[in-house]
Design a protein around this ligand. Sequence first.
Ligand SMILES: [Zn+2]
Length: 360
Amino acid sequence: MNNNSILEVKVFRPTVAEFDDPSSFMKKIERDPVCQATGLAKIIPPVLRKHTPIIIPDDFRLNSCILQTTKILNETGVTHLLFQKKRAMTLGQFKDLAKNFEHSEMSLAQRETNILQNLCNITKKRTPVPIYAIDNVISRFPENYPNWNLDKFQGGSILTETEMPGINKSFSNYGMFGTFFGMHAEDSNMASINMLHEGAPKTWYGIPATMKIKLEELWKTEIFNETGCDLFIKHKALMYHPKVLRDNGIDFCKVDQFEGEMIVTLYGVLHQGFNHGFNCSEAINWASPEWKKYYDKTTLCSCRPYGKKLHALHELLGKFLENVSLEPSNLVETETSPASHSHCPVVDDKPSRIKPIIKD
Ligand SMILES: [Zn+2]
């Protein structure tokens, strides 16, 4: 057992004046040494800027409903999330289903233990299996919410020219107890902002930039042998039990996100997590000119068709950088370049069967 400890995520409680200037505030987070060290930050908006999320009617159709089962990859202790797309359901049906999973009688810590215990073995034999309703192109910010309506967020971001759902237009996700988002960095190493509008908390784990290569190399051969991809982490379908991280000397940070709180993930930071019960969150990507150096270091998997899509998106995102020039003073050195990813010989990542992208 290693002595590495769980790093604390910095919590920001901005004043109204600070909060009302999102560009300066995001710059502050981006340049904060503690945030750079852990990779995550939490923002608790001032009480005077607390928002009431728009109510979505129960007959709203959730089109991307993902059934999540899991299996342990041999000998590694790493969990492979297996995603199966289910028929669309209404929000009302989703809420009813979520009730079967609720464990509101448990404390936060008990729920975490329970969810992590089950991480090893969620199969259809053990019914029912939780469902994650992802990538809904809706925003729950009121039209008049000033400055931090993520669906229209500027905040000094350079990702604003062309509308791209899930990038600069919000995706909202509905979770239930025991639904996971696998370990991943944002596409092309962008940063992200996630607001938890309502419901049970979401627990996040982040991997500091200094540990990124170590994690990507961990069990590489074993994961390759099982999945056929030598950069399978790009598939967003691996969950690392904190014990696996600890036992392998990988430092990580952890933070619980509650209703009305935002989590920021910085450029290229690997993160994963799960939901403690029914909830709804909304997320976008964000990037200042600093992003350029992280964009340039993006590694991509070469599986087809999955990796091909990633390459296409990477190219598309590059257009946001066309007019960006970095002045030396803007450069903040935090990360060493990851090892280059040569090839990925297997044509289809069979174990996943389908490829929804669950990102929070
Ligand atoms: Zn791949």
